[in-house]
Design a protein around this ligand. Sequence first.
Ligand code: ADP
Ligand code: ZN
Length: 746
Amino acid sequence: MAKTSYAEVAVPLHVFQTFTYRLSAEQSIEAKRGARLIVPLGRTVVTAYIVDVLDELPQSLSETDIKDAQALVDIDPVCNPEILELARWVADYYACPLGEVIKAALPPGMSPKKSGAAFAKPKLRRFVRLRQPLELNDEKLGDAQRRAISTLENNGSMALQTLLITASVSAATITSLEKKAIVEISVEAVRRDPLSDGLGITSEVHTLTVPQASVLTQMEQQMNSGAYSAFLLHGVTGSGKTEIYMRAMSKALSLGRSAMMLVPEIALTPVFSRRLRARFGDQVAIFHSSLQKGERFDEWTRVKNGDARVVIGTRSAVFAPVKNLGLIVVDEEHESSYRQQESPYYNARDVAIVRAQKESATVVLGSATPSLESFHNASKSKYTLVNLPERIGARPMATAKIIDMRTVFERHGKPRVFSDELLEAIRDTLERGEQSIILLNRRGYSSFILCRSCGETVQCPNCDVTLTYHRSERVIVCHYCNHREAVLRGCPSCRKKYIYYVGEGTEQLEEMLRLLFPSLRVARIDRDTTARRKVFEQSLADFSAGKIDTLVGTQMLAKGHDFPNVTLVGVVSVDVGLALPDFRAAERTFQLITQVAGRAGRGDRPGRVLIQTYHPYHYALRHACAQDYEAFYEEELRYRQNHSYPPFVALASLLIHGPDLGRVRSDSLELRKQLDAANQERKCRVLGPAPAPLSRLKGEHRFQLLIKSRSRKHLREVADAALKKAADGGMNLRTVNLEIDPVSIM
Ligand code: ADP
Ligand code: ZN
């Protein structure tokens, strides 16, 4: 006799508890963990995930407490046991709701919010083929019908649309052939392939250099053992890390296992994933957020079915349902984009390590500028450190030089955007037929707008930031909430006309360079231009083909691209980055300059890097120019130790946000009180509340508390206890973001 079971489900919302529903007899037979279940929740209906199937109702619940599930979506669970377990770890470690994690682990469109909305699903096409054996003898066939038949005879099975065009017949012709049982029509899933336009790229297989071979051998030995192992590959830019990644991936495949590679930026994937496709063929699946929903669903399905055994993707690809995972590569492991900036706040690099542990795989973290945490872990032998200290072909590293903008200011009596030295270098590079990259971490035309009559700056109405002038679109824009206004005719406060655009953005640099060097061919790359993927890829392609002399852009230009003819990189200013109120400001700046220096001189000619700054003696700049990672690491480590920052303490931040300032402030104070109450033994240090560095964002006020502790366990106990007390006292925890190991505290 069929017995009724119960499903414990997690919902894809910011809700920490799980819920229990009654299953029908039929659902009870088919329901499995990891499958989706449509359930009533409050006044709505949601697509939930089954996290457990129970034969009996837990004692804490009675039959009258619970509702019936509406429908079971999957017979074959969307979330396999490994991914479900990984999701549980993430939810637990990062203190975020399990349902949110599962949702983030699946391709988009799997858990529609509105009931009745469409789920992501395979793309279906009708296919036509001839029935065998063909008996046409006594049939009267028209011309069109005969054309369709002979086309099918030549081509075998064909997509209906293709058949109609090729044979130039109408759909009615095919329908009549179907009625006569001459053809058969079937519905099949077709694959939406995001890389189909990259076919034909070839991938050279290099003979490894001696250092490369030594690194690879160490990895292969560990992989042969079939047990968990972790490597930190510290290799200068251009040292051939990518070739190591690909060889290690081949090794995983040859051991019958799968491989995964995480990359930080969408911008890096098109070129690279096509190279992977060239090397590994159809086994490659690509996961990133700029793919269309359908493409993502298909790639995910190919992985799930075991058709694709190599995955490349950004952050969320760490949850790809690959079978028998043998290797995870995390390229540019120090990148902050591995951390998700909304709930669930997870760091894909750290999830990758845990996943490798759980699945007895090898994990390779690679970088020219490892994060302080990873290098520290390597120095404590948690990871095996392997080095590639030299560039391939013994190409020299670019020389980096600091330009002291204080003296430039003294000489000219006013601030200048470009020092003479940088201008000279740009001219020089142009005359030699070589290319340059000019960086500035600021989009738009100006950084803020000032009235020279009354001193008013123009602020975003929703955020605590000034608006930026975008000249080409003739608008002023907030870079945080995208609030847009028409260009001002006068000061909004005193109405006078002395509106002045202060500071320069990428757009203005581009314009200045055009004016200064009329023959210079300039293009700009930043988030404004990359919004259009095609324009962005085209600019990169033109630059690569030598049709552009100078690329102006934000830091996204600093990474990954390999342009052999670039011999000059100019950084217009690093000072904004250095001054950020964040304990990682120095580390970020060091990484940026090192990455940038890696862009210059990738070919046969040496490169140079010029960095303009008002802080020429800052240690991050000095060590970056000397290309001395270890010296920087030592000095930065001392700073972290003296000020009790990671990796010496575990850190958590609590951000309280909401539209009502009074409420945000009082909630923050209440949380502080609860944290102190939970921290009687003083095992944690609590800081704040204070207004967050961005004190208002998208119409919401923001206050921040920081918790530090030498013991991660105590930190969590204190935070969890305080949050629970606050919730019991009526605080709405949806207005509190708890971030464990935040990568940025801004
Ligand atoms: P990284 O990722 O460390 O910055 P890349 O993998 O991009 O470095 O390698 C730099 C350049 O050297 C690339 O053009 C790559 O094709 C080339 N390369 C890598 N390994 C070899 C090798 N063993 N022999 C010759 N060229 C190589
Ligand atoms: Zn805004």
